[in-house]
Design a protein around this ligand. Sequence first.
Ligand SMILES: NC(=O)c1ccc[n+]([C@@H]2O[C@H](COP(=O)([O-])OP(=O)(O)OC[C@H]3O[C@@H](n4cnc5c(N)ncnc54)[C@H](OP(=O)(O)O)[C@@H]3O)[C@@H](O)[C@H]2O)c1
Length: 315
Amino acid sequence: MKQYCLTSTDLSVSRIAFGCMRLAGKEQEGLRAVQAAINCGINFFDHADIYGAGRSEEVFSRILIRNPGLRGKIILQSKCGIRFADTPQFGMPPRFDFSYDHILASVDGILKRLGTDYLDILLLHRPDPLVELEEVAAAFLALQKSGKVRHFGVSNHNASQIALLAGSLPMPIVANQLEVSVEHNQLIEEGIIFNQNTPDSPVRGNGTLEYCRLHHIMIQAWSPLAGGRLGRPVETLSPTGYALISVLQDIAHDHQVSVEAIMIAWLLRHPAHMQPIIGTMNPERVIDICAADEVKLSREEWYRIYNASKPYRLP
Ligand SMILES: NC(=O)c1ccc[n+]([C@@H]2O[C@H](COP(=O)([O-])OP(=O)(O)OC[C@H]3O[C@@H](n4cnc5c(N)ncnc54)[C@H](OP(=O)(O)O)[C@@H]3O)[C@@H](O)[C@H]2O)c1
């Protein structure tokens, strides 16, 4: 598996990462999928404190217990900042929380559940409109000084939100995790349709992909297989979904790999050096997907897929 050097860090990360959101509830199969990922050269594992309400991190800790020495060879990332309704007390609303106390307490919980004493990367999960920049800076500094977290990033943040935060932090933001796939490609689309009358689409991401490229912030693509939505029976797909899966099947046939590998190769072909965070719990699918590392789509193939995902023609 080819790797990216993560700018501003000493980390060398596999181009494809493994997301652990679905580990809770699929524990046996999921742990086999994690092992398949390691065997394929994936060294990057993405978590969040809310996945399975913490259960996914606990399940993953079994891999570390079973494999002494593995911790130093893999990169562990987790996220905090989302708080569910009724936590910690009944009646509390769903909310985002980037307060100093919550960030520090969250990391302690994450480390305990994972059974490790440090995270390689901590991401703020979703932008909190009540963010106090000085609090985040103080929390990150305390975590870095104590050795609990080595590097920091964000998730679901647009360019302006990152710029605002970055202006107050004493360390760089190294990653931004965003939903991107052949099906959900609005962040790419907005650069294409900018200032066009058709389709009538407002600016949505504020040049987020371009901002991240410019500032060497790695874009991690979550739900890179569109959460499995294109794997449904074809008769249940929308006309656009049907057009998309047909083109993907054609190109997969040409490259002798699976449709899922082509979906991942489409993200890897983007020059931003995106890192797809795959979420399958099926060990065979992990192996199929990793074949994407050897596929380089041509410009024409990339655009065939993009065009099939839209009900309109390129301007
Ligand atoms: N930052 C955020 O806000 C955020 C949000 C969501 C997720 N994430 C991260 O992104 C990771 C990946 O998310 P994801 O799981 O949605 O990604 P995904 O890789 O797009 O989707 C995986 C899901 O699709 C199913 N699937 C894939 N191909 C299929 C096919 N041909 N037929 C039927 N089902 C198919 C998988 O089922 P099988 O298991 O059966 O293969 C699995 O349930 C998560 O683990 C998490 O780390 C981050």
